[in-house]
Design a protein around this ligand. Sequence first.
Ligand SMILES: [Zn+2]
Length: 271
Amino acid sequence: MYAFRNSYRLIASLLLAVLLLTSLAACKKESAATGAPTTPTSQTDKPSADSSKSPSEAGDSPSSDAATGGSSAVPVDTDSDSIAVLVNKQLALPDNYKPDDLVYPNVHFIFDDKIEKRMMRKEAATALEDLFAGAEADGIFLGGVSAFRSQATQTVLFQNYVKKDGEEKAKMYSSVPGHSEHQTGLAIDVSGSTGVCAAEFCFEGTPEAEWLAAHAHEYGYIIRYLKGKEDITGFDYEPWHIRYVGTEMAADIYSRGITLEEYYGAVPVTN
Ligand SMILES: [Zn+2]
């Protein structure tokens, strides 16, 4: 009787163990299956940048969708009529977008014609007038080079650049049509009043460039394509290209030394 009871216990505990093991195995399978989709489906060009992050920071790493941004960052503004809109190589404006409040800012341009590229959105134009006046008070005389650019104009420009330099090189300094900040009416290329080195690399280091870098934010503008941030903006350093975002945002971006992409925690743009 005793022996029988013992073997009964043995069988019962064996059964229990088998049950436990199979349910454990099922759990493992399930977690493996649900775990699969959370594995990143796309890699950024710089996976090494994320590897240095602590596990808590890793959760904030950019997703493959530029519009979502990092979880702790400001949500990306993709409203084409917003002064805070992010337009870059990944985020395009609606096809043939044109702002409906374009005006001619009352500032000096390096050309005389009253044409499209002299126009800006009203708020940006007013701020630009203040910026030029502020520069002048500091003995810096600026000149507008190129402001608003329609998608049609950008298309012609870009095609010409591609013919001249090839697509890859052209993309480092010119935007694919629909992706140009100039189409927002919030960006302008600025040079000295004589137009020397207008939108050219020799503008770097000039008193005008230094003044813009130090003061543009006071008027709501940022240097959009920063030096050393080419992997994030996807553009060469352009000390002449300023972008209106409003004084509050510009001051924040300036003081942190970041790009608009970083402000939004958007995906770095690498061509
Ligand atoms: Zn520009």
